[in-house]
Ligand binder design. Sequence first.
Ligand code: FES
Length: 264
Amino acid sequence: MTTSPTVLKPAGTAARGFAKTRRRDRWWVAPTVQGILFTILATYLFFSGIVWNPVFGTPYEVDGYLSPLFSPLLFPDALPRFISPGLLILWIPLGFRATCYYYRKAYYRFYFADPPGCAVGEPTIHRGYKMETAFPFILQNFHRYFLYLAFIPLTFLWIDAIGALVPQGHLRLGLGTAIFFVNVIFLTGFSLSCNSLRHLAGGRLDCFSCTRRQRVQYSLWQRLTTLNRHHMAWAWISFLSVTLTDVYVRLLALGIISDPAIRL
Ligand code: FES
C-alpha cells in the first residue's frame, strides 16, 4: 500500500520566530488596520443578517428598499421566527468572501500570523501546517464554485436596485436609490475582478490568437485583468458599501432617518 506524502509548508527565507524580521518599516500597520476593519464589518453583518430579525424583530425592508443581506428574500413568512431569512442566502457571499484570495491573505495575517507580513517570522506552532491540502483549509479550494453561486444574489441585487428606482411603477430619484446602485456596482466590480474568473476567461490558454474563440477569450481576459489589478480595492469598497447600504435601510425602516427623494 502506498501513502501520499505529507505536504508541509516550505520553511521559506524569513527569520525563524514570531515577528522576527530584518524589516525596518512599520510592516504591522496594514495587517492590523485591515484585520480590525474586517472584524468590525463581519461582526456587524453577522448580527444584522442573522441575529437582529429573529431576536428583536428589526425590519430589513421598507418602502421598496430591501437590505442587500436578505436578497433574494426567501420564504420570509414560512420560516420559523428564530431563523432569519438572511441565513438562507448569506452563506453564498460569506463563502465567496471567506475563500477569496485577497481576504485569505488579510485574515491569515491578522488572525493566524501566517505569516504576520512579508519576510516576517511566524510562530513555531505553524510547523505542522499542511497549507490548503488538509482540512479545514482545503475548503478554500471551493472558491471557484462560490464565484459561480455569487452571481445569483448579485443578479437579484441589480433587480432590487431597479425596483428601488421604480417602486410601484413610479420613478423615484432618491438617496437610497443612488446608494443601491453604487452598492451593486461595487459588488459587481468585486465579482468581476476575482482571480478565479480571470483564470476561467483565459488562464488556461496556450495561445491567445490561434482561433477566433481564443482571441475573444484573450480580449475578455485583458479586461478582467484590468479589474483584477485593483481587486483589493474592490474587496474593501464593496464590503463597506454593502454594510452602509444595510445600515441605511435599517435606519429608514426604524424611522430614524427619511429618504430624500424626488418622485415622478
Ligand atoms: Fe477575491 Fe475571487 S479572488 S473574489
